[in-house]
Write a protein that binds this ligand. Structure first.
Ligand code: GLN
Length: 386
């Protein structure tokens, strides 16, 4: 048989999703793949039930009209500029498709794309599938700031776009306004695009504030803002994401999206559009919920005495496992799932650099789940005694 495509030869399966399967295998509390174990808002579920008696056929390929109108209204409010629902939005199957679609819209095979490292693992596969060559710019632990000279060097090497995950997965970093202004200045100077992943835009802990880079002067026309409803409304399985960009970019992105997927699920768009109309109180309550989860989980980790990064946003913690002396963080995570009963993601799946001493845990879980995970982690030093 002939070999399968060269483009797929260079990547493995997703380690994040593999860790979910490993957690299931050992009955571990799964704090690896980041998704909630609690229900979406009642209003969405009620509308979903009603939607079962509505038409079950395709919506408009770039998104149902009422969904785009509600999304434009909401995002205009938060992003700080007017978004045209008819010209500036493509609704996608999750931000996963949004990012892939953005890459295919912008990149020719061989184009360079700047990516901050550590990075959410999909960007590596997005680059391979679109034929782009990543140029990595390190975010240095523990504060995960970047060297402006290294970013400029990526642009000088010809990076046509920068992938910007803000707030950042897995670091929990919120890019400061001054950092974004610097990125914007370089993007404009080198005539590059910025492709964002802003799925944690509403999970940003005080006193940190999320700034949309698209809202900075000169950035609107060169930013492809990708995000999703997954995290904001606890509906990761509905696969609803979107791209917001200029009409010129959207015109091309629509075609890419159409041939990739035709469209996101129509009944789910109908149900989720209810959430897009929620008042500010909903987002305040969401943040309050996550702040309480963060406090519960981090306090527990502090009591156990394991060093970790303090997230400014999102729901991930990078735990330092140096003391256990493992060569491979992948082996450590497998042992952690089997012997301690907690699922985590090895940090090496996010870093370009050879980093093996960090693992990622997430706390988007019910209090009882988090407490159970902490109880199990309490015994970690007995299990991994050196
Ligand atoms: N974004 C989540 C994570 O980083 C879920 C990833 C996924 O499997 N789509 O864990």
């Amino acid at each position: 048989m002939k070999a399968l495509s060269k483009r797929t030869a260079n990547f493995t399966d997703s380690v994040i999703r593999r860790m979910t399967r490993i957690s299931q295998k050992y009955g571990a509390v799964n704090l690896s793949q980041g998704f909630p174990d609690f229900s979406p808002p009642r209003e969405l579920l009620d509308r979903l039930a009603e939607a079962s008696s509505l038409p079950h056929q395709y919506s408009i390929t770039w998104g149902a009209q009422n969904f785009r109108e509600a999304l434009a209204e909401k995002q205009s409010r938060y992003m700080g500029f007017a978004i045209d629902p008819n010209l500036e939005i493509v609704v996608t199957c999750g931000s996963t498709e949004a990012m892939m679609c953005a890459m295919l819209t912008v990149c020719n095979p061989g184009d360079k794309v700047a990516v901050f490292s550590p990075f959410y693992e999909n960007y590596g596969a997005d680059a391979i599938l679109s034929g782009a060559e990543p140029v990595y710019v390190p975010l240095r632990p523990p504060v995960f700031d970047f060297d402006p000279g290294e970013l400029e060097s990526a642009f000088r090497q010809g990076a046509k776009a920068l992938i910007l995950c803000n707030p950042s997965n897995p670091t929990g970093k919120v890019f400061k306004r001054e950092e974004l202004e610097l990125i914007a200045r370089l993007a404009i100077q080198y005539d590059a695009y910025v492709i964002t992943d802003e799925v944690y835009e509403h999970i940003v802990y005080a006193p940190y504030v999320h700034t949309y880079i698209a809202a900075l002067p000169g950035m609107r026309e060169r930013t492809i803002s990708c995000s999703s409803l997954s995290k904001t409304y606890s509906i990761t399985g509905w696969r609803l994401g979107y791209i917001i960009a200029s009409p010129e970019i959207i015109d091309t992105a629509r075609k890419v999206h159409d041939f990739l997927t035709v469209g996101a699920a129509a009944p789910l768009q109908e149900a989720a559009s209810v959430g897009l109309k929620f008042p500010q109180g909903y987002y305040d309550a969401l943040l309050e919920t996550y702040t309480a989860k963060r406090d519960l989980f981090l306090d527990g980790l502090r009591r156990i005495g394991l060093p970790f990064t303090e997230p400014q946003a999102a729901y991930y913690v990078l735990l330092d496992i140096s003391e256990f002396g493992y060569e491979s963080d992948l082996d450590f995570c497998e042992d952690l799932a089997e012997k301690v009963g907690v699922g985590a993601v090895p940090g090496s799946s996010f870093f370009r650099e050879p980093v093996n001493h960090l693992i990622r845990l997430h706390f988007a879980k019910a209090e009882t789940t988090l407490t159970e995970a902490l109880n199990r982690l309490q015994g970690i030093r007995n299990v991994f005694a050196r």
